[in-house]
Design a protein around this ligand. Structure first.
Ligand code: HEC
Ligand code: HEC
Ligand code: HEC
Ligand code: HEC
Ligand code: HEC
Ligand code: HEC
Ligand code: HEC
Ligand code: HEC
Ligand code: HEC
Ligand code: HEC
Length: 471
């Protein structure tokens, strides 16, 4: 019998009341749609009753601010009974200083636009590149032309070469230094041949190891040398981490073991490494004491050179007063010091104005200030201790061949870009890594504004509920 399948029969197979019958999936859907909002309301209400507003938050706060997680009003002000989405600068300034960047900037971005919060446990100070390039891609100033390069969008793109290498200005320091000669493998040291290394002369101020070729005691008169730090914008040589920059090399610590300041064969002692006036006083005192102890030396052979054995000449003696003797020997010793010993490292000025008191037996020269540069890149930060794995000479490439003080031995931007680049393997290359935004010279201490009980309460809340529980 043939199967007859009419449309009617087929239609009868469809249960027209299917939606009225309970089905497991639909039952679940129903109960979920009822309970979820109720649970959410209860949860919100419960937190609301407890005065915990974190549930409305846009995301976990940064680590530094995590303690304020239930204190939205610390950053968001109330407007018409509701918290504003944007934070107000005055709220941040209640706890922070937030010093200005530059007096000449044309506008001031809000704190929250750079330090965007609710992005998890990040460091807020790691601001995006855009927060800098919004101005630096096309820099404008309020007053007159900009002092700096005006089109910078990224470190690996159009960031300029560092000024010290761009300018072609020679090094300003006056101490003569010949790196090539001192880095020879067989340099004459105090006890035979030596090979100097960079750390024999260059170390961060924090380093307390004894110096290999230092012997003398630093003179108080020779204070830490002048520097060309700019008006203190970035962390200065003295403000920065004590391991960040190399301290200027001093005679006492780095040269004195090899370059002696002896002044006369009668004495094994050396003159102090000090000003010509102090040295003069020292030398005069030494000769005075000596001649008082050795009066027989006042009787001197006038011309010892003519005393040849083949043609004996009657000895020609002269007898000096102690004052004459001291003056003559001081003049001889000082001539050697100024014109040879000191001159090897220093520039001396013998002009009459430079000479000191008029009643000096010998006019004393002036020593040119050493003018060490302590910051070569004062508009950026640098930290040697963060680059310990890299050899000195891979950044200071030209050192071993440099024979002149005037040579600039600093790395250019290409050296930094080898590591500070984009990509997951690279070191950080956003602007904040090397620059400060808030002018350190404008910083001031911001006193606390919050009562301890308030803070303790928010901290307790924070500890009992881990951030992972849905916030
Ligand atoms: C330590 C300061 C701070 C606290 C406390 C804080 N916020 Fe924020 N919040 C910010 C900052 C910064 C932004 C970024 C917006 C801006 O100001 O430009 C922001 C943005 C927001 C936004 C907008 C989200 C977006 O993506 O634009 C919401 C919503 C918000 N916060 C809610 C909250 C709630 C709710 C709380 C309390 C539980 C809270 N915030 C506590 C600093 C804070
Ligand atoms: C109730 C006080 C308080 C308020 C309000 C506050 N902060 Fe903080 N902030 C702190 C404390 C405490 C720290 C941690 C100590 C420190 O670094 O000074 C901190 C740290 C920071 C840091 C450095 C830490 C990091 O992660 O890099 C930045 C940047 C910062 N806050 C920006 C802001 C901004 C922007 C606002 C306004 C939206 C703001 N803060 C509002 C108290 C506050
Ligand atoms: C609101 C605009 C503005 C923003 C945003 C801005 N700058 Fe500047 N910046 C300036 C102005 C203006 C100068 C000074 C120009 C002049 O005097 O010639 C300047 C100068 C500088 C200098 C020159 C050296 C110095 O220390 O003064 C550096 C470096 C610098 N900014 C880095 C940054 C970094 C990094 C950021 C981001 C965190 C940033 N700037 C964000 C406007 C801005
Ligand atoms: C005998 C001591 C001595 C040794 C060894 C020595 N230096 Fe120097 N160096 C100096 C003196 C002195 C100066 C000038 C003043 C200063 O900045 O300390 C100087 C200056 C510098 C400067 C800054 C000056 C410029 O124009 O760029 C750099 C960089 C430098 N040295 C790197 C090195 C490196 C790298 C080594 C090892 C390969 C080294 N030096 C070994 C004594 C030395
Ligand atoms: C081997 C090299 C060397 C010799 C030789 C030398 N000095 Fe120096 N002198 C230095 C160095 C390096 C400094 C830098 C500062 C320090 O040592 O504390 C310096 C600094 C000075 C200063 C301070 C300059 C300033 O910046 O104001 C005076 C003054 C000075 N020396 C005097 C002398 C006199 C005088 C002699 C000779 C008796 C002499 N020095 C011999 C290397 C030398
Ligand atoms: C390990 C021993 C040693 C140390 C340390 C040393 N020197 Fe020398 N220096 C020498 C020798 C050796 C000479 C070559 C012989 C000479 O002229 O006395 C020399 C020569 C010089 C010259 C003459 C260079 C030339 O081109 O003719 C100067 C300038 C000089 N040293 C400066 C310094 C200064 C500044 C320091 C400390 C920062 C220093 N030296 C540390 C051993 C040393
Ligand atoms: C990653 C590159 C890099 C390495 C590696 C490096 N330097 Fe430097 N060095 C610099 C830069 C950049 C400056 C300029 C810092 C400034 O003065 O603003 C500098 C400055 C200096 C100065 C001048 C004084 C100062 O600190 O500003 C001396 C001296 C110096 N370096 C010696 C050394 C020695 C010694 C080593 C090895 C222990 C070394 N450097 C390793 C990059 C480097
Ligand atoms: C890896 C380190 C590093 C990074 C990243 C970096 N800079 Fe620099 N920047 C420097 C150094 C070093 C100088 C030279 C400072 C000096 O000459 O005193 C400099 C100089 C500058 C100057 C002064 C330029 C001039 O006229 O000489 C400005 C402006 C500047 N940087 C802005 C930026 C901005 C904006 C960014 C981010 C897009 C950035 N920098 C990223 C290291 C860096
Ligand atoms: C061999 C790779 C390498 C080279 C070359 C290099 N850096 Fe770095 N630098 C690093 C690493 C790695 C760090 C630390 C990790 C990080 O911040 O990503 C760092 C950190 C820094 C910091 C941050 C220091 C701090 O206070 O935390 C500055 C500023 C910096 N570098 C500047 C420079 C400059 C300027 C040059 C070029 C003269 C340079 N670096 C060359 C690898 C390098
Ligand atoms: C153009 C971006 C930008 C703006 C706008 C900005 N900051 Fe910063 N802020 C930075 C950068 C970059 C740092 C990293 C260190 C530095 O530059 O001093 C920082 C660091 C900080 C720190 C940490 C300081 C420290 O010593 O570690 C605090 C706190 C801070 N800012 C607060 C503020 C406050 C408050 C405001 C608003 C008045 C503000 N910032 C506006 C970029 C900005």
């Amino acid at each position: 019998m043939p199967r007859t399948r009419t449309t009617k029969k087929l239609a009868q197979r469809i249960d027209l009341n299917y939606f009225q019958k309970p089905r497991p999936f639909r039952r679940w859907r129903f109960w979920l749609s009822v309970t979820a909002p109720v649970a959410a309301m209860v949860w919100l209400g419960w937190h609301g009753l407890r005065g915990d507003p974190r549930v409305y938050s846009a995301g976990q706060l940064s680590r530094a601010h995590a303690v304020f997680a239930n204190k939205c009003s610390a950053c968001h002000v109330m407007r018409a009974g509701l918290f504003t989405e944007k934070t107000s600068d005055s709220a941040c300034l209640a706890c922070h200083d937030g010093a200005i960047h530059h007096a000449s900037q044309t506008f001031t971005p809000s704190c929250g636009s750079c330090h965007a919060d609710h992005r998890g446990a990040i460091r807020l100070a790691e601001v995006s590149e855009e927060s800098c390039t919004q101005c630096h891609a096309n820099l404008e100033t309020r007053d007159g032309p900009a002092h700096y390069f005006t089109h910078i969008r990224s470190f690996n793109g159009d960031h300029p070469e560092f000024a010290v290498l761009r300018s072609g200005q020679p090094e300003r320091g006056t101490i003569k230094v010949n790196h090539y000669l001192h880095l020879q493998p067989n340099l004459t040291g105090p006890n035979g041949r030596v090979q100097l290394v960079c750390a024999d002369c260059h170390r961060p101020a924090a380093d307390a190891q004894p110096w290999r070729f230092g012997s003398g005691i630093a003179s108080a008169a020779i204070a830490p040398a002048a520097s060309n730090e700019s008006a203190g914008r970035p962390p200065s040589f003295t403000q920065a981490s004590p391991a960040a920059y190399m301290a200027p090399a001093t005679y006492a610590q780095t040269c004195s073991g090899c370059h002696l300041l002896t002044f006369d064969k009668r004495f094994s002692e050396q003159v102090p490494h000090d000003t010509p006036q102090k040295i003069h006083t020292f030398v005069v005192a030494k000769f005075q004491a000596y001649i008082a102890a050795h009066p027989s030396e006042l009787r001197e052979l006038r011309n010892p050179g003519r005393d040849l054995p083949e043609k004996p000449v009657p000895a020609d003696y002269r007898v000096l007063t102690p004052t004459q003797w001291v003056a003559e020997h001081t003049a001889q010793a000082e001539d050697l010091l100024w014109r040879k010993t000191c001159k090897q490292c220093h520039t001396l000025n013998f002009s009459p104005e430079a000479a000191s008191a008029p009643n000096n037996p010998a006019p004393l020269p002036a020593i040119a200030p050493s003018n060490f540069t302590t910051r070569y890149m004062p508009d950026a930060k640098f930290d040697h201790s963060q680059h310990r794995l890299v050899s000195c000479e891979s950044c200071h490439v030209a050192t071993r061949t440099s024979q002149q003080t005037a040579d600039i031995l600093l790395p250019g931007i290409a050296t930094c870009r080898a590591c500070h680049n984009t990509g997951t393997q690279a070191a950080e290359s956003r602007c904040f890594e090397c620059h400060t935004y808030h002018d350190p010279g404008q910083r001031k201490f911001a006193p606390g504004q919050f009562a301890l009980p308030d803070l303790l309460q928010s901290m307790t809340l924070n500890r009992t509920e881990t951030p992972a529980d849905g916030l």
